[in-house]
Write a protein that binds this ligand. Structure first.
Ligand code: PEP
Ligand code: MG
Length: 312
C-alpha cells in the first residue's frame, strides 16, 4: 500500500464534490475487528460468523458466541457491527451438523435455509447476538434469503430470541445474493432495514457459474453488465423505500468496482481489510458526478470486457 493512502486512512471517504460513502470491512475472527479499525474501517459490514463453527467437533454454545461478539464490539468502540447469521452449506461443511450429501450444494440447504430447518441452532445464535447488542451497535444480516416466506420466518425467530433475552430491537437486513431477491427488491425493501449485495454469490447465480469452478470461475466476473443491472435495480428499489444499500462482495474492494458502485448509488462498501485505505483514498479523489456518469456508461455496455475498459 502506498504510504500516503495509509497515513490518511482515518479520513472519511468524501468525494471531491462532497458525497460520502461508508467504507467498512469484512471479517471472520474476533481479532480482526481491531485490525479493521486500525486499517481505517468505519465499522464491520460483514462478520462471517460461520468461522466460529468450522474446524471443531461441536457447535459453539450461546455463551461462547456471546463472548465472541462482545469482544468485537469492545474493539469497535461504538462503530457498527453487522453480524451475518450462519451461512453454512455450499462450500462450507460442518461435520457435527450431519448435512446430507447434495449433488449441487450451492443450490441446496445453505444459509438461511439451513437455519430455518434447525431452529435451535438459529435461535441460539440469535440469542447470543441480541445479548451482545446491549454492548454496542449491532445489526443482523440474513444470508441466502430467496423468498418472502423465509424472511418472515427468520424475523419471527429473531423476535422470539430478542424477547427471550430482553433486548431492544436492532436493524435487520438481508444479503441480496440470489436473483429472486434482486428482481423483487421493491417488495423485499418494505420488509427490511437494509440490503447488502453479496456480489460473489449474486454473480454465481446470475451467470450460472460455480464460483469455485476450477476453470470457469474467472468468467464469473461481478463487473458483468447483467450483475451491474441487478445492483442498479436493488439500489433504486431501496431508495424508493427509504432504506440503505451496501455491497459486501469482492466487487466493493476492487478499484473500478468501488467507483461504479458509488456511482450506482450504493451507500456502504464492505471489503477485505487490506483494501480499506486504498478505496477510501480513491473515493476521496473522484467526483460522484463522474462516478454516476461512468456507472450509466457501464449499464449500457454489452460485455464485461467493455466495462473493464472504462476509465475514471
Ligand atoms: C457474497 O456472496 O458476495 C458474500 C459476501 O458472501 P460469501 O462470500 O461469504 O458467500
Ligand atoms: Mg454469499
Amino acid at each position: 500500500m502506498r504510504n500516503q493512502e495509509f497515513n490518511h486512512r482515518f479520513k472519511p471517504a468524501i468525494t471531491l464534490d462532497d458525497h460520502r460513502v461508508e467504507v467498512v470491512a469484512n471479517i471472520g475472527k474476533s481479532e480482526e475487528a481491531e485490525q479493521a479499525v486500525n486499517a481505517g474501517a468505519e465499522g464491520i459490514g460483514l462478520l462471517r460468523t460461520e468461522f466460529l463453527f468450522l474446524g471443531r467437533e461441536t457447535p459453539p454454545d450461546e455463551e461462547e458466541q456471546y463472548q465472541h461478539y462482545s469482544d468485537m464490539l469492545e474493539s469497535l468502540n461504538g462503530l457498527p457491527l453487522i453480524i451475518r447469521t450462519l451461512d453454512i452449506g455450499g462450500d462450507k461443511e460442518v461435520s457435527y451438523l450431519d448435512l446430507p450429501a447434495e449433488d449441487n450444494p450451492f443450490l441446496g440447504e445453505r444459509g438461511i435455509r439451513l437455519c430455518l430447518n434447525r431452529p435451535e441452532l438459529f435461535l441460539t445464535q440469535l440469542r447470543a447476538i441480541y445479548r451482545a447488542s446491549k454492548q454496542g451497535l449491532v445489526r443482523i444480516m440474513l444470508p441466502m434469503v430467496t423468498t418472502l416466506e423465509e424472511l418472515a420466518a427468520a424475523k419471527r425467530l429473531a423476535e422470539k430470541a430478542r424477547i427471550e433475552v430482553g433486548a431492544e430491537p436492532v436493524e435487520i437486513g438481508i444479503m441480496v445474493e440470489v436473483p429472486s431477491v434482486a428482481v423483487m427488491a421493491d417488495v423485499f425493501a418494505k420488509e427490511v432495514d437494509f440490503f447488502s449485495v453479496g456480489t460473489n454469490d449474486l454473480t454465481q447465480y446470475v451467470m450460472a457459474i460455480d464460483r469455485l469452478h476450477p476453470t470457469l470461475a474467472a468468467q464469473a466476473d461481478s463487473l458483468h453488465p447483467s450483475v451491474l443491472k441487478m445492483i442498479d435495480m436493488v439500489v433504486r428499489a431501496a431508495d424508493e423505500a427509504g432504506i440503505w444499500v451496501g455491497v459486501c462482495g469482492g466487487l466493493a474492494g476492487e478499484p473500478l468496482g468501488a467507483v461504479l458502485l458509488a456511482g450506482l448509488g450504493v451507500h456502504e462498501l464492505s471489503m477485505v481489510i487490506p483494501s480499506v485505505a486504498a478505496i477510501k483514498a480513491q473515493l476521496r479523489n473522484i467526483k460522484i458526478e463522474d462516478a454516476r456518469k461512468l456507472a450509466q456508461q457501464a449499464l449500457k455496455c454489452s460485455s464485461v470486457k467493455q466495462v473493464r475498459k472504462l476509465s475514471f
